[in-house]
Design a protein around this ligand. Structure first.
Ligand SMILES: Cc1cc2nc3c(=O)[nH]c(=O)nc-3n(C[C@H](O)[C@H](O)[C@H](O)COP(=O)(O)OP(=O)(O)OC[C@H]3O[C@@H](n4cnc5c(N)ncnc54)[C@H](O)[C@@H]3O)c2cc1C
Length: 427
């Protein structure tokens, strides 16, 4: 007798949910995605890192991403009038693809959903309400009405419920799991604009340090520019009481932003996000596991969000048998997955901290000055090695690599004696 397909119910048709669905459905599991269809047209998360290109190739979707995506060669950080730090993905040659993409989320999310449906996953429109906690068996369960709406399951319970509900964190909230919150209390506003000066080289993302907080400029297809500002909530209020007033006020008051967007025309509403730094105490329990933001999110700086959504999908799917339901070793594999996820987010947080507290820019300026004092081949080799490790970390391949993490910590200790990081802090 062939084994029956493992039944997987996934809450949320965001990237974490649909990528997990694709990987499991391709291996023959019976996968259903439950989504409430309440996704707004404008969703944050448009700047991607090179590790995601490797994931697109694995999913077989890079050609499709290319159709609506903008080729992204790297990121430029502008710190002040004298300090500009250009991170080129060319530095990760031999480790990862040397580019990534900027994408409008609506097209990107639809592509991932279509890929899951083509792989055999089913989609059910449902506003899921979880029940539990239960002391025995599955810790959380789908309501009877939701179970009955799943075609072909005859009302049976899933072998595993995957919470990919994003920042709504359905399981964590129901189980009242403790969450570690990050150090920042920022609010982020963003919108798409036309008639702006576009970054050079084409597709480059620009991150600028502002008097308060920082901004992103992400070039998208059709000549659109996504402009976002991230700042302390109290500082934001000094620009007005509405998200529109705050976003437009910051753009007008910051010379670098204003120069790029003096004749801007806003073509979308303004979207706002707050309280997003949150990591749950656990990523799985009896009968459930979480993927993507439903487990945790670090910070928009360096754009790790969608990468972790897809990486968590890959790691989670690899922990689940596609046939015969969950085996006896599955809970231990899911706990290992949770430890990997928490550790990866911690490493991203460490890297992000280097940018907020200015240490990365003190490494950069101290390095530049040293190369200028002693030009020549040895300096070029050292600079190339440092760039490769830094770009490798920011691209997702080396973020958790012990040597790269050690190298950056040593460089930071050396650099802070030459250039005080306090001069580059992002408030
Ligand atoms: C300010 C800011 C800027 C960011 N910028 C970037 C960036 O440039 N690059 C990047 O990679 N990442 C970025 N991110 C992070 C990125 O947006 C997220 O990490 C990513 O969207 C997470 O995907 P996900 O699939 O986990 O969740 P989501 O994309 O949020 O998907 C969750 C899905 O679950 C559904 N759902 C929720 N509750 C229910 C329910 N009860 N029933 C049914 N369905 C439900 C929702 O409707 C939604 O479709 C940014 C985040 C912030 C806050």
């Amino acid at each position: 007798m062939p084994e029956r397909p493992t039944r997987i119910a996934i809450i949320g048709a965001g990237p974490a949910g649909t990528a997990t669905a694709t990987l499991l459905a391709r291996r023959g599991a019976s996968v259903v995605i439950l989504d409430d269809g309440k996704r707004p047209d404008l969703v944050v998360g448009e700047s991607l890192i090179p590790l995601m290109v490797a994931a697109f190739r694995e999913l077989g979707i890079e050609d499709e991403v290319k159709k609506f995506g903008t080729h992204k060669p790297g990121v430029t950080f502008t710190i002040d009038d004298d300090t500009e730090f250009m991170l080129s993905f060319q530095s990760v040659e031999g480790i990862l693809p040397t580019y990534s993409y900027n994408v409008p989320r609506k097209d990107f999310d639809q592509l991932l959903l279509d890929t899951a449906l083509n792989a055999g996953a089913l989609m059910v429109r449902a506003q899921v309400r979880l029940e539990g906690p239960y002391p025995q068996g599955a810790e959380v369960r789908l309501g009877r009405e939701t179970l009955d709406s799943i075609p072909g399951w005859d009302g049976a319970e899933p072998d595993l419920l995957i919470d990919a509900s994003g920042r709504r964190r359905l399981t964590a909230r129901l189980l009242q799991l403790k969450a570690a919150t990050g150090p920042r209390t920022d609010v982020a506003h963003f919108a798409h604009y036309a008639d702006c000066a576009l970054p050079e080289p084409a597709g480059q993302v620009i991150i600028s340090r502002l008097r308060h907080g920082w901004s992103w400029r992400i070039p998208l297809s059709g000549g659109r520019l996504s402009i976002g500002v991230v700042m302390n909530k109290d500082a934001a209020k000094t620009f007005g009481s509405t998200p529109e007033a705050q976003l437009e006020g910051v753009i007008d008051s910051e010379p670098r932003l204003h120069a790029a967007a003096a004749r801007r025309r806003r073509v979308t509403p303004v979207a706002t996000y707050a309280n997003y730094q949150l990591i749950s105490a656990r990523a799985s329990g009896p009968g459930w596991a979480a993927a993507g933001d439903a487990f945790g999110f670090v910070d928009p700086m360096l754009s790790p969000g969608l990468c972790m959504a897809l990486e968590s999908a890959r790691m989670l799917a690899a922990s689940i048998p596609a046939q015969g339901g969950l085996d006896a070793a599955a809970p231990a594999r899911l706990r290992r997955y949770g430890r990997w996820f928490a550790r990866s987010l911690r490493h991203w947080q460490d890297l992000v901290d280097y940018f907020y507290d200015g240490r990365i820019f003190s490494i950069y300026t101290a390095g530049r000055e040293m190369s200028a004092r002693r030009p020549g081949r040895p300096a070029e080799i050292i600079e190339g090695h440092i760039s490769k490790n830094l770009a490798g970390m920011a691209s997702g391949a080396y973020t958790s690599r012990a040597y790269s993490r050690w190298l950056v910590s040593v460089l930071a200790l050396y650099a802070q004696r030459q250039k005080d990081p306090a001069a580059y802090v992002i408030r």
